[in-house]
Design a protein around this ligand. Structure first.
Ligand SMILES: [Ca+2]
Ligand SMILES: [Ca+2]
Length: 254
């Protein structure tokens, strides 16, 4: 009963101006409904626009990520390789500093970090290793790689002449050395181990090298040696065993 009295009193009160407006709006049902529908449409349109924009942004980001990612197995361009090389050199130099500091703190003698590994010759911006043992060409190639280098590549006359002079100092009776040159993949297409082509050739002219001589067997002669006496190259069977010259870039520590 008390509730009924209160409810009646509510309807008997004079409406306030705000309440008037509310009553008027509700009194015109069709206009209110129209406004509500328009509002819902506007919100739906805005929501769709936002979804579309988000979809476009997502597609752009995905495209950038996919295009920017190198394809597995694809060669990196020179700037990328240069950047990675500089990064590796910097890390190497810092590791050397840490190594030296660790040795001092432990009161231990540590080997000095070098631009070239111990036992390698530093010439220009390259390090060279002249082996005393003999292997066939493939094993020589792999041995150099295991040491972090490669069979030597001689692109310029200066590199060739400097190397010949060094080899002459220590060759003794063994004056043939494997270099990183072969035509194993395609007869007559001589390539360095980094797959670059010949720029300057020092084939022995007196023997009409490279002659792929039949004495080399079924495949002829597909690997190159440096003759430090004649200062020229010979193609010989890859199965022969010779000393080797390995090479790697100097790592500047300063
Ligand atoms: Ca050949
Ligand atoms: Ca030959």
């Amino acid at each position: 009963m008390e509730h009924e009295e209160n409810y009646s009193s509510l309807h008997e009160e004079e409406p306030t101006p705000g309440a008037n407006r509310l009553i008027l709006e509700h009194s015109d049902g069709s206009r209110g409904l129209k406004r509500g529908v328009e509002c819902l449409r506007s919100r739906a349109a805005l929501l769709m626009a936002l979804c579309f924009l988000a979809s476009v942004c997502a597609n752009i980001i995905l495209t950038v990520l996919l295009v920017g990612r190198p394809v597995p197995g694809a060669p990196l361009d020179s700037p990328s390789l240069g950047f990675k090389l500089n990064s590796a050199r910097t890390r190497y130099a810092r590791l050397c500093e840490d190594y030296s500091a660790l040795g001092q703190s432990c009161s231990k003698t540590v080997k000095r970090c070098r631009d070239c590994p111990e036992g390698w010759l530093h010439a220009g911006d390259q390090c060279y290793y002249f082996s005393n043992d003999k292997l066939d060409w493939l094993k020589s190639r792999d041995s150099c790689a295991d040491m972090g280098g490669h069979l030597t590549i001689l692109h310029t006359m200066d590199e060739h002449d400097a190397l010949v002079e060094e080899v002459k100092k220590s060759d003794g009776f063994d004056y043939h050395f494997w270099i990183g040159l072969s035509d194993l993949d395609s007869e007559g297409d001589w390539r360095w181990v980094d797959n670059t082509t010949l720029q300057h050739k020092y084939w022995d002219q007196l023997s009409s090298e490279p002659n792929n001589h039949q004495s080399g067997g079924e495949h002829g002669e597909d690997c190159a040696t440096l003759d430090s006496h004649a200062k020229t190259w010979f193609d010989v069977p890859c199965e022969h065993i010779y000393k080797r010259i390995c090479q790697m870039d100097v790592i500047q520590l300063d």
